[in-house]
Design a protein. Structure first.
Lengths: 326, 339
């Protein structure tokens, strides 16, 4: 089945200028986000997953910059957008939910004001009453009582705050929602309920959801496809079932084998990956994973592999699956 | 209430908690204090009894605000009890003078979640770890350096001399947690309180740290009180586990029993909510309504009853005691077997 791409990311790099020289937190990454899919983007701290998420909305602040690449959204390259177009794109076409809703919501603004403001900014013609009506409907849809509409952020629980953030994203009918560790600060039961809701919303509104997280089990629970990043590179991307059953990249293999599993008789012994992720000021030469890789070959330490298709819709960035001399 | 005490008396307990309570007063403005006329308390820990066997790894798990960290702090005398008693190695902590408690601390050490916050950024790793020796073993001052080097090797910080003069910011997060573990073990403790010790570590680093903790436990004959919100990680280190809800124990049993045959409806919901890293085993269970209530005015009767799928009318009235339903399996729910 061929899926239509909502967003195509081509050769995207984000570079930070630091005292120790330039650091490419995201290094020549290309992938697509399909219409209506849930794509799980996983990796460890410092692998560049959050930077990549922000870059998709061009939210990289100096000393960082998007140094190369195109971000094609519905046929237009948003890298070429001017300020006004970009502003319209953010919020209306794509929106983001962050880890800590308390820092994303205005502490002295009530919930209804947050939602009405979002409508007011992006749809200036809409009357306040109809904006309020839409806000009420959205809040109800997200399972929050209408009486909560006049609450301030600190009066709501963490789960409710995060649902309001989702509501702000949805009320303008955004096509893409980027959730960056959106449930990490929530307790498991609240997290599970928010996940159920995101799943329903995807069905109902047909949005695409990019889930950025370090929680691999959560991606297994939610996503249609999974993308794995390591040290600024995309190392593997493909169908969730195929990758969980037969991961190809040695990093994906190690990562999945080291995820604790609550069920007995599953993953009784965790895989202990040697070493730690590299410092990106001096990334290893060649494949960035080779110092920790159990299958490293001579070529791995000299030349970088590329992200190539090994099967339809399944891409792996590893010399094991690519032709090479020696 | 004290059904835990009905366990065989012959067992060797390193730590006994008898009906411990900890209420924190709620800060209010002066006006409110005058007019409201009463004080409110956060009941962080409300009548918890527990015995921890020598040599086991006991996990305390629960959501935020369940009181797991407070129980940990009470267990080693870092926090004063509102009521009840804590007995460590047969000694009631409340009977000790400040100086005596300090002496006893060499036998009970702590590992906290954030290694960067637990290490002094201006102290070398070597001198950080040596502090415990200077305080507890001043008579061995000529051997301190060798003892630090030895413990560095044990926690995998090799070569020890290389790490001795480094500062916390010069090493990685995983290595920092190893330094914190080394510092906890250098005084040769019997009990180690580990409060979310691997929560900050990445998955690929976490497995190594857990493995190290298990190894050290065997080598030094340690007892762990392992506090965590992550039940999946607890499975790899704990022998027994206690599930907390709003300052009370809901269920206590071996990890295997709790995970495979959970009885309390809260434990069941909690376990079902944890995602399994297998896309073919996605959750189908419906989650309980609402969120963990305010511990200032907890619901009467069973604290879980407003969210409980099997609640009966009397659950709102009677507080269910923690009873042994099967040998070694304690549950605080009257209707647990019916579900």
């Amino acid at each position: 089945m061929d899926k239509k791409a909502l967003m195509e990311i081509k050769d995207l790099s984000v570079t930070y200028q630091t005292r120790l020289g330039p650091v490419s937190a995201v290094d020549h990454v290309s992938f697509d986000i399909y219409k209506g899919e849930i794509l799980g983007l996983v990796g460890e701290s410092g692998c560049g997953k959050s930077t990549l998420g922000k870059a998709l909305l061009r939210m990289i602040d100096p000393p960082g910059e998007i140094s190369t690449g195109e971000i094609i959204f519905k046929g237009e390259d948003i890298m070429k957008y001017d300020y006004n177009k970009l502003r319209n794109f953010r919020g209306k076409r794509a929106s983001m939910i962050f880890q800590d809703p308390m820092t994303s919501l205005n502490p002295v603004q009530r919930m209804d004001e947050h939602l009405i403001e979002a409508i007011g900014v992006h749809e200036p013609g809409v009357k306040r009453e109809s904006a309020l009506k839409r806000s009420k409907k959205m809040i109800k849809r997200l399972g929050i009582g209408a009486d909560r509409l006049h609450s301030y952020p600190h009066q709501l629980s963490g789960g409710m705050r995060q649902r309001v953030m989702t509501g702000i994203g949805l009320i303008l009918n955004a096509n893409l929602i980027i959730a960056d560790e959106a449930t990490t600060s929530l307790d498991v039961i609240v997290e599970a309920k928010l996940m159920d809701q995101l799943r329903e919303i995807r069905e109902e509104f047909g949005i695409s959801l990019l889930m950025i997280t370090h929680n691999i089990a959560l991606v297994a629970e939610m996503a249609d496809r999974i993308a794995v990043m390591y040290a600024g590179h995309m190392v593997e991307i493909g169908d969730i079932y195929k990758i969980f059953e037969h991961p190809k990249h040695p990093y994906t293999q190690g990562l999945l084998a080291s995820v604790p599993n609550i069920q007995f008789d599953a993953n009784e012994e965790l895989y202990k990956m040697p070493g730690e992720p590299p410092n990106l000021t001096h990334p290893p030469k060649g494949c960035r994973f080779h110092p920790r890789c159990p299958h490293a070959m001579p070529i791995c330490s000299t030349r970088e592999p590329s992200l190539l298709e090994i099967e339809k819709g399944w891409l792996v960035n590893c010399w094991l699956y690519q032709k090479h001399q020696d | 209430m004290n059904s835990v005490e009905t366990l065989k008396q012959s067992e060797d307990y390193i730590l006994e908690l008898h009906n411990i309570k900890k209420y924190f007063p709620v800060q209010k403005s002066l006006l409110e204090q005058i007019f409201a006329g009463r004080k409110d308390f956060v009941r962080a820990v409300d009548d918890v009894s527990l015995n921890i066997r020598r040599g086991e790894a006991f996990g305390l798990a629960g959501e935020s605000g369940s009181g797991k960290t407070t129980i940990g702090r009470l267990s080693i005398g870092l926090e004063e009890l509102t009521d009840g008693s804590v007995v460590f190695n047969g000694i009631d902590l409340a009977s000790l003078k400040k100086e005596e408690l300090r002496k006893l601390r060499q036998k009970m050490q702590v590992i906290f979640q954030d290694p960067m916050a637990s290490l002094n950024p201006r102290m070398t790793l070597g001198s950080s770890v040596m502090q415990g020796l200077i305080i507890h073993y001043p008579e061995l001052s000529d051997q301190h350096r060798d003892m630090v080097a030895e413990i560095f090797e044990k926690v995998g910080l090799t070569p020890a001399n290389y790490y001795f003069n480094k500062f916390p910011h010069q090493i990685s997060g995983g290595q920092r947690q190893r330094v914190v573990i080394a510092r906890a073990l250098i005084t040769r403790p019997d009990l180690v309180l580990a409060d979310e010790p691997v929560a900050m570590a990445d998955v690929s680093v976490r497995a190594l740290l857990l493995d190290l903790m298990v190894q050290l436990k065997n080598e030094f004959n340690l007892t762990y009180l392992f506090i965590t919100h992550d039940l999946a990680t607890a499975k790899y280190i704990c022998d027994r586990i206690g599930i907390l809800y709003l300052g009370k124990l809901a269920e206590v049993a071996t990890v295997q029993e709790v995970y495979q045959k959970p009885m309390h409806p809260y434990t069941k919901a909690l376990l079902a909510a944890i995602p399994v890293p297998n896309p073919r085993k996605r959750r189908t269970e419906v989650m309980p309504a609402g969120e963990i209530p305010n511990p200032i005015n907890p619901p009467p009767g069973c604290r879980f009853h407003p969210r409980c799928p099997i609640a009966q009318p009397d659950c709102a009235v009677d507080e269910p005691p923690l009873v042994e339903v099967e040998p070694g399996h304690f549950v605080a729910c009257k209707y647990a077997k019916l579900s």
